[in-house]
Design a protein around this ligand. Structure first.
Ligand SMILES: Cc1ncc(COP(=O)(O)O)c(C=O)c1O
Length: 358
C-alpha cells in the first residue's frame, strides 16, 4: 500500500525523510552493532543523541541561556498536571479557558490551590480566543496558563496577555509551527506526537529562576529542578522517541529553520481556508482572526454528508479527517510534516465532493 496523507491530530504524520533515516539506522546505529532502542541511555553513543537533540532544539527555537530544556514522560497531560506542583508557591494561579485541554489543565490545578479563570470562550463552543485587552490580572498569582493552540477547536493565540507573571503555555499543537519569542514565557511544554516526534516524550522549556519552587509532594520524576540537574535522566528516558525528535529537529534545520517552515505552514493553511471560505457547502466554525495554522476543523450541512465525506476521503488515501468526538464534523491537522501536496490533494478532493453533492 502507498503511504497515505495522514491528517491525524496526533500521533501525527512524521516527515518521510526522517522515517527513512530511522529505517536505515535501525539495525546498526552509528556502528554500535545495535539499534538506538537497545543502547544504554547512559552510553556515550546515546548521550550524543540526546545532547545533539537538545542543542538543535535550542538553535531552532533560539532558546536563551537562562532556560533549561527537559525531555520528560507522560505526555502533555502529565505536564499540565505537574505545572501547579512545580510553580504554585502562593497557591494561586490564573488560567485562560480556550478549550477541552485548558479545561483539563484547570481541573488538575484546582487540586493544589486557588484557580482563577480570567477569560473563557466557552460561551461560543470555544470557537474564538477571548479578548486579551483589559483582562483583570492578579499580579500576585504564581503564573498565568494558556493553551497556545487548541487542537480540538482549531484556534490559536495570535498575541499574549500583558502581564509580569510567568506565562505557562501548553504548546503541544503549536511548538515549531512558527517563530516565537521564548523569553515571553516562563514555562513551555508540549507532547511530542504532533510537531516533534513519536508519542512518549514531552518537551519542557523552563526559565531557570522558576526552578526549585516545587511542593514537597511533587513526585521525584516530575520536579523541574531535579530533572534539570539529572539532565532528563532521573530514570530511563524514552530513548527512541528522543532520537526521532532529534532527527525531526535536524530536518527542520536543514529546511531553513522555523522561519521557513512557518512560510510553508501559512501557505498550506491558506490553501485550505481559502477553499472553505469560497465554498457554498463547507464551513469553518472558527472566528477568522483566531484560526489555527495547524488544526483546521470544518463541517458540511448535515451529519450524513460528513460521514459520506470521511468515508470517501479515506478511500482516496486522505485519512484521519474525522473531527474530535466532542466537536463532530471534520478536522484536518496539517502539522509541519504534512506536505503542501497533501493539502492540495485534500482541497481538490473537497472541490470534487462539492460538485457531486450540490
Ligand atoms: C493542546 C493539547 N494539550 C494536551 C494534550 C494531551 O496530550 P497527551 O496525550 O500527550 O497527554 C493534547 C493532545 O492532543 C493537546 O492537543
Amino acid at each position: 500500500m502507498e503511504r497515505v496523507f495522514n491528517f491525524s491530530a496526533g500521533p501525527a504524520a512524521l516527515p518521510e525523510e526522517v522515517i527513512k533515516i530511522a529505517q536505515k539506522e535501525m539495525l546498526n546505529f552509528n556502528n554500535s552493532g545495535m539499534s538506538v532502542m537497545e543502547l544504554s541511555h547512559r552510553s556515550s553513543t546515546y548521550m550524543a543523541v540526546i545532547e545533539e537533540a537538545e542543542a538543535n532544539l535550542k538553535k531552532l527555537m533560539n532558546i536563551p541561556d537562562n532556560y533549561s530544556i527537559l525531555f520528560m514522560q507522560g505526555g502533555a497531560t502529565a505536564q499540565f498536571s505537574v505545572v501547579p506542583l512545580n510553580l504554585m508557591v502562593k497557591k494561586k494561579a490564573l488560567y485562560i479557558n480556550t478549550g477541552v485541554w485548558s479545561q483539563k489543565a484547570i481541573k488538575e490545578a484546582k487540586k493544589y490551590g486557588e484557580v482563577k479563570v480570567i477569560a473563557s470562550s466557552e460561551d461560543k463552543a470555544f470557537s474564538y480566543i477571548p479578548n486579551l485587552d483589559n483582562l483583570s490580572i492578579d499580579e500576585t498569582a504564581d503564573y498565568l496558563h494558556i493553551t497556545s493552540n487548541n487542537t480540538i477547536e482549531g484556534t490559536v493565540f495570535k498575541k499574549l496577555p500583558k502581564t509580569n507573571l510567568p506565562i505557562v503555555s501548553d504548546m503541544s499543537s503549536y511548538i515549531l509551527s512558527e517563530e516565537i519569542n521564548v523569553s515571553d514565557y516562563g514555562v513551555i511544554y508540549a507532547g511530542a506526537q504532533k510537531n516533534i516526534g513519536p508519542a512518549g516524550v514531552a518537551i519542557v522549556i523552563v526559565r531557570n529562576d522558576l526552578l526549585g519552587k516545587e511542593m514537597p509532594i511533587t513526585p521525584v520524576l516530575y520536579g523541574y529542578k531535579a530533572s534539570v540537574e539529572e539532565k532528563s535522566m532521573l530514570n530511563t528516558p524514552p530513548t527512541f522517541a528522543i532520537y526521532i525528535a532529534g532527527l525531526v529537529f535536524k530536518w527542520l534545520l536543514e529546511l531553513g529553520g522555523i522561519k521557513e517552515m512557518a512560510k510553508i505552514n501559512v501557505e498550506k493553511a491558506n490553501l485550505l481556508y481559502n477553499f472553505i471560505d469560497s465554498s457554498k457547502l463547507f464551513k469553518s466554525p472558527v472566528k477568522v482572526a483566531d484560526r489555527s495554522l495547524m488544526n483546521v476543523p470544518f463541517c458540511l450541512p448535515t451529519e450524513d454528508l460528513d460521514k459520506l465525506f470521511i468515508k470517501q476521503a479515506e478511500a482516496a488515501c486522505l485519512t484521519n479527517l474525522k473531527g474530535h468526538r466532542l466537536v463532530g464534523g471534520m478536522r484536518a491537522s496539517i502539522y509541519n510534516a504534512m506536505p503542501t501536496k497533501g493539502v492540495q490533494t485534500l482541497v481538490d478532493f473537497m472541490a470534487n465532493f462539492e460538485k457531486t453533492n450540490k
